[in-house]
Design a protein around this ligand. Structure first.
Ligand SMILES: *Cc1c(COP(=O)(O)O)cnc(C)c1O
Length: 418
């Protein structure tokens, strides 16, 4: 109701600027319609063709925008992140030796920034330690390389630092969040996550000159610099969400507690999931659940389809489908992780929903032999996991009527390239 819908200079924009300064500590705000809008602008202002952007595991839209700007992504996350069974408490950490090797190989001049994600989504919602963040800041700044955070889940990361890292047990998540961002040069944020709103996002920066370059593109792609892609109402709600998420530690404790509740139901039932349990969701290890489905028959996608057919619970493939094709060779990238993500929206579900979800996953796992692989029926060129369609492959040997056979997709739409 208090949203100011003025085209230029909306009061709601300045409320948002104040909230982001207060909670994240960045002086310059470039509002966008959502996270990928911020990634687009950041990639376009900093990346030149041939540049390399190291990061702690790829994120789908982040890497796509880096590649679209002519850059290439280099994975510098610790090896533990690629092992679903490793109990390492900070599986989001940067492997500083890998980072040093990339810098030595391509030269700091070809690395415009490092893309450092807090609470790494594709690794299973796994945190970065404060010690690792600080070591990374020191190494990059000594080499003249900027550090840009994907701070979409920085709040969840702050919670894990408080829970797991020596010296932080008595600090509030609000203080830890500020410390996470303090030495970074900027951040992209999807406000659909930690920030508790339905839509929105931002690019936050320290350098005013860089911020003005970003605004130059913002006015072409998103909207005027005092609203980006958001309405005044959205900006007002986002300013509230940014403050509310750190108004005491109870919100994040309850939020991650619900994820842990689901994760523990599955662990107790013997379902192989990524451990430690992540911040925003539980990740099923599809390789272990469907060992008979080879990677080119899309095991994680097959498992996601089977769970949907069983209980109507929509999960998300995070394996070979999400990884896409290498733009240089056209071949499928073959990630070590074949995961199905059960991401939990904040303030939506009850404990009972978690129980129904666990029952369905357990039941699908008990009949895993009946789940066959899938093939693409429609494969889009870009970010294929969003719009792809699949058809079931025959289920090998001994199985009777299988779950996959019930997943009869409609014929693919006649679209571009099909
Ligand atoms: C969701 C997400 C994005 C993309 O943000 P959108 O708001 O969906 O465009 C980027 N990075 C991470 C880590 C995310 O979880």
């Amino acid at each position: 109701m208090v949203g100011d819908e003025a085209y230029a200079g909306s009061r709601s924009f300045y409320h948002l600027v104040d909230a982001v300064r207060e909670v994240y500590g960045y002086p310059e705000l470039v509002p966008t319609h959502q996270g990928r809008g911020a990634e687009h602008i950041l990639s376009q202002i900093l990346i030149k063709p041939g540049d390399v952007i190291p990061g702690n595991m790829y994120f789908t839209t982040t890497r796509w925008h880096q590649e679209k700007a002519g850059g290439s992504f280099a994975d510098v996350i610790v090896d533990e992140a690629h092992d679903p069974a490793s109990l390492y408490p900070f599986k989001g950490n940067i492997d500083l030796d890998k980072l040093r090797r990339i810098i030595a190989e391509v030269g700091a001049a070809r690395i415009p920034y490092i893309s450092l994600e807090t609470n790494v989504n594709m690794a299973g919602g796994q945190p970065v330690s404060m010690a690792n963040l600080k070591a990374t800041y020191a190494l990059c700044h000594e080499q003249g390389i900027l550090v840009m955070l994907d701070a979409t889940r920085a709040l969840e990361n702050a919670w894990f630092v408080q829970q797991r890292e020596a010296g932080y047990a008595h600090r509030s998540v609000a203080e830890i969040l500020l410390e996470i961002c303090a030495q970074s040069d900027g951040a992209t944020v999807s406000s659909k996550k930690d920030n508790l709103v339905n839509i929105g996002g931002f690019l936050a920066l320290r350098d005013p000159e860089l911020a003005w370059r970003a605004r130059g593109l913002l006015v072409a792609y998103e909207g005027l610099h005092t609203y980006g892609g958001m309405s005044g109402r959205d900006m007002e709600a986002l300013a509230c969400g940014v403050r509310e998420m750190v108004d005491g530690d109870d919100h994040v404790r309850a939020r991650i507690g619900q994820v842990e509740y689901l994760g523990n139901l599955l662990i107790d039932a013997g379902v192989p999931i990524v451990q430690p349990i992540g911040g925003h969701g539980v990740y099923l290890n599809a390789r272990a659940i469907l060992p008979h489905v080879p990677q080119d028959e899309l095991p994680a996608q097959s498992l996601a389809a089977a769970i949907y057919a069983d209980a109507g619970v929509r999960t998300m493939e995070r394996g070979v489908v999400s990884a896409g094709r290498d733009p240089a060779t056209g071949e499928n990238r073959q990630p070590r992780l074949e995961l199905v993500r059960l991401a939990i929206p904040r303030r939506v579900y009850t404990q009972a929903h978690m129980e129904v979800t666990a029952e369905s996953v357990v039941s699908v796992c008990e009949h895993a032999d009946d789940v066959g692989g899938l093939a693409f029926a429609y494969e889009p060129n870009d970010l294929r996991f969003f719009l792809a369609r699949f058809r079931p492959l025959p289920i090998p040997a001994k199985s009777t009527v299988g779950i996959a056979q019930r997943v009869e997709p409609k014929p693919p739409p006649v679209g571009p390239g099909s």
